[in-house]
Design a protein around this ligand. Structure first.
Ligand SMILES: Cc1ncc(COP(=O)(O)O)c(C=O)c1O
Length: 415
């Protein structure tokens, strides 16, 4: 996270956050184009001349400008809904470099994705395979497919963001893999091109990825013996970042270890990173509304709530919180909470801060699963989003804050 203090004022890239916060409506998200680009390019560089496609996971941060930036750098996309496909198209991304993940694709979404000639459907169940096959036949098309395997790997992350353990809803059990590929190979509406997994998110150890790849390799060999030849292996996303004390894995070390395992198989390697591209590129800036002391605690009440940043209550996630104007005197142990009427509405607990009414705070590493998980709960507007351009000093507004009229506009009052 490239925030720094200069004369006790917080800077992000070369932006003076105090100046920006004082002249903008809070709360708002602020992203760094430089950090996003550098993270993407670090992956790109790690692959060298090896055949690969980086399919940025749209759910992490789906702002059209972010997608457009990544598309221009050469990224493909990993989507989980027809809505995300619409975003990719609107941002100028290439559907033919887009993979469609998720356990519950609707008939309309499958038809839409087929009509856009997406690269591949990552199939998650026998039922879904049947549905895709019959829709493709109906449309007079052949759908490219990959089967998502559940590698049943234990990963050390929050239980809500594991996806490749044996009890998760995602992917196909290894014992059924050959059977489903054989079934697909006899279908006229599908064209088998790959295999994929995604074992979870915020994983800071590369071992579970390597173990999963080894399982995939043995499946690929079995498929080859059965004349099922794959052109790509998709290892999903999930690489962790530094929120607190974590040691984040180096992208180059990670990718090199995967390449080493897959090089003998003459396949294109796909990855679906989200958090590791945009996570550290975002700040949430919020204003202190009130401070409050009870008999047992001190609270800093800010204007960003759980509707703006859900990760702390949802995953018990830790985000660094910094004073925008640093004051080394009078730090108190406090909980930083929002205005939403829920006890779960907190941004951080037991922090040492020195702020008073009207000051600003910056919540760090919120570029992934920050704005995308936000909501209008309590009829609160979703925040504006800004991007600091590559030069480090120019700021573009990339999303307006919702107006209350927009929040109400789809409701139909009958009585
Ligand atoms: C199928 C799939 N691919 C990729 C990702 C992106 O993961 P991350 O942001 O941890 O890289 C996710 C996130 O949940 C996912 O479900």
């Amino acid at each position: 996270m490239s925030t720094r203090y200069s004369d006790d004022i917080l800077f992000f890239d070369n932006i003076n956050i105090l100046d920006l916060a004082s002249t903008s409506q809070t709360p708002f998200y602020l992203y760094s184009e430089t950090i996003i680009s550098n993270n993407f390019l670090a992956y790109q560089k790690s692959f060298g001349n090896n055949q690969h496609l980086i399919c940025y996971s749209v759910k992490a941060n789906s702002n059209l400008t972010v997608l457009s930036l990544l598309s221009k750098l050469g990224s493909g996309f990993d989507i989980v809904s027809g809505g995300e496909l619409s975003r990719v198209i609107k941002a100028g991304g290439d559907p033919r470099k887009t993979v469609f993940s998720g356990v519950g694709k609707t008939e309309e979404e499958i038809r839409f994705a087929l009509s856009q000639d997406i690269m591949c459907f990552n199939v998650e169940s026998h039922d879904e395979l049947d549905t895709i096959n019959s829709i493709a036949l109906d449309e007079g098309k052949k759908a490219n497919i990959s089967i998502r395997i559940n590698p049943a790997i234990d990963v050390d992350t929050h239980p809500y963001i594991t996806t490749g353990m044996k009890d998760n809803k995602f992917g196909i059990d290894q014992s059924e893999i050959l059977e489903i590929y054989q079934k697909a190979s006899n279908m006229n509406g599908v064209n088998i091109i790959g295999i994929d997994f995604h074992i979870g998110s915020q994983i800071t150890d590369v071992k579970p990825f390597e173990e999963s790849v080894l399982k995939i390799v043995s499946i690929v060999k079995t498929l080859q013996k059965n004349n099922i030849i794959l052109s790509h292996i998709d290892i999903g996303g999930g690489l962790g970042i530094k929120y607190h004390n974590e040691i984040k894995p180096d992208k180059n070390t990670f990718i090199s270890s995967i390449i080493k395992l897959l090089q003998p198989y003459d396949v294109t390697i796909l990855i679906e990173p989200g958090r590791s591209i945009v996570g550290e590129a975002g700040l949430l800036i919020s204003k202190v509304l009130n401070t409050k002391k009870t008999t047992s605690k001190e609270f800093i009440i800010v204007d960003a709530g759980m509707n703006d940043l859900l990760r702390p209550p949802l995953y018990d996630a830790y985000h660094q919180i910094k004073e925008v104007k640093r004051n080394n005197d009078g730090k108190v142990l406090c909980d930083v909470v929002g205005p939403v009427c829920e006890t779960a509405d907190f941004l951080g607990k037991n922090r040492h801060l020195s702020v008073t009414r009207g000051d600003y705070i910056a919540v760090e590493s919120v570029g992934a699963y920050g704005f995308t998980l936000s909501s209008n709960y309590n009829t609160r507007s979703k925040s504006a989003e800004y991007l600091i351009e590559k030069d480090g000093v120019t700021i573009k507004k990339i999303r307006e804050r919702d107006s209350i009229d927009q929040i109400l506009e789809n409701e139909i009052k009958h009585l």
